[in-house]
Design a protein around this ligand. Structure first.
Ligand code: 3PG
Ligand code: MG
Length: 406
């Protein structure tokens, strides 16, 4: 275990006021919360703290109001959804600092739960302003960070507060860090990664880090088109980055030198238009028509990838294979996801997935609950895959934990 942070196991929570950094930044569509996963995954930490007799003060950002009070970005409806998920009452304060927050904190009893308004209503949040961090810290005796998905941000409520309060990892943070450690830092080998997505250019650091850590790197999505094109394959009208060919070839060379096997699509599902139910054709990647686009990997690729998965003990997954949002271009993602899920359920594979589209792709394939671990994080998962040190995690290590209570 690489982790050196304290967990709730060593927190004597009874009678304490706990400032809990949650990530309540849930997706919203048409004014409604469209996915409550992040809320549900906070329940164990909140319930444990409340049951132990702590007063739980939740603090979180929501969307990007950039230091202004944007009404649509209020956490009030999220607090209501949290109460439902918890099956306990949750109170709400209209600001995260100042008189309303202080009064709400003051009257909060043991076992009670309070949500403070969006920290990003204050510009000091993203600026990691010391004054804001100290004011937040003054609400509480200890700080618990359960927001792995916001740990790539060095903000007042993620990093700043740890300078003022003894700091602990919550249960969700602990689970995320343990899963990531088991997936890439200390994995059972062979370990493989699936990386999809549109562009190589946005995932260069990620690919470089993975090349040094995994035995097999399976590349999907439009990113694979660039690798194929770089090798002289005619990709027709497929999305690809013409200016990244040299980089792609260099990656292939580096992989070879490191003994990392790269797996690219061998066949393609193509269409001449990008829309649901478009007439599609399955061809080897070497036979893509000049007026066609590759929109998914084909069945031979699925067979190849599934055969690679069967040889792995650990899999890290980020990014879909094709344009999974529209049929029939979701087939490869679905089939590979289902194969990974099956191997996981059979106890043959440890599978860890996360980052942006990945969770929706796995949900679409109906396998979210069958993977070993699905991260709640988008950007933080990607930065972790890049091998970066996340400031929110750094702040939980030894030095910060020893900060004296205010
Ligand atoms: C996320 O949703 O990725 C986190 O909540 C961080 O949000 P941000 O990208 O607005 O900092
Ligand atoms: Mg984000």
């Amino acid at each position: 275990m690489a982790a050196t942070f304290k967990t709730l196991d060593s927190l004597d929570a009874a009678g304490r006021k706990v400032l809990l950094r949650a990530d309540l930044n849930v997706p919203v569509r048409d004014g409604k919360i469209s996915d409550t996963t992040r809320i549900e995954r906070l329940v164990p930490t909140i319930s444990e703290l409340a049951d132990k007799g702590a007063s739980v003060i939740l603090v979180s950002h929501f969307d990007r109001p950039k230091g202004k009070r944007v009404p649509e970005m209020s956490l009030e409806p999220v607090a209501v959804a949290l109460a439902t998920a918890l099956g306990r009452p949750v109170s709400f304060a209209t600001d995260c600092i100042g008189p309303d927050a202080e009064a709400a904190v003051e009257t909060l009893k043991a076992g009670e739960i309070l949500v403070l308004e969006n920290t990003r209503y204050h510009a000091g949040e993203e600026a990691n302003d010391t004054d804001l961090a100290e004011k937040l810290a003054r609400h509480a005796d200890v700080f618990v960070n359960d927001a792995f998905s916001a740990a790539h941000r060095a903000h007042a409520s993620t990093e700043g507060v740890t300078r003022f309060l003894p700091s602990f990892a919550g249960r969700l943070m602990e689970a995320e860090l343990n899963a990531l450690d088991a997936a890439l830092e200390n994995p059972e080998r062979p370990v493989g990664a699936i990386v999809g997505g549109a562009k190589i250019s946005t995932k260069l650091d990620l690919i470089a880090n993975l090349l040094s850590k995994v035995d097999v790197l399976i590349i999907g999505g439009a990113m694979a088109n660039t690798f194929l094109a770089a090798q002289g394959v005619s990709m027709g009208k497929s999305l690809q980055e013409a200016d990244m060919h040299a980089t792609a070839l260099q990656i292939l060379t580096d992989a070879k030198a490191r003994g990392c096997e790269i797996v690219l699509p061998v066949d393609a599902v193509t269409a001449t238009e990008f829309k649901a139910g478009a007439a599609s054709k399955i061809v080897p990647v070497t036979a893509i028509d000049a007026d066609a686009m590759m929109l998914d990997a084909g069945p031979e690729t699925v067979k190849l990838v599934v055969s690679k998965l069967a040889g792995l003990k650990t899999l890290v997954w980020n990014g879909p294979f094709g344009a999974f949002e529209i049929t029939p271009f979701d087939a490869a993602t679905n089939a590979v996801a289902q194969a990974a899920a099956k191997l996981t359920v059979e106890g043959k594979l440890k599978s860890v997935a996360g980052g942006g589209d990945t969770v929706s792709a796995l949900r679409h394939a109906g396998v979210v609950d069958q993977m070993s671990y699905v991260s709640t994080a988008g950007g933080a998962f990607l930065e972790w895959l890049e091998g970066k040190t996340l400031p929110g995690i750094m702040a939980l290590t030894a030095v910060a934990q020893d900060a004296a209570p205010l």
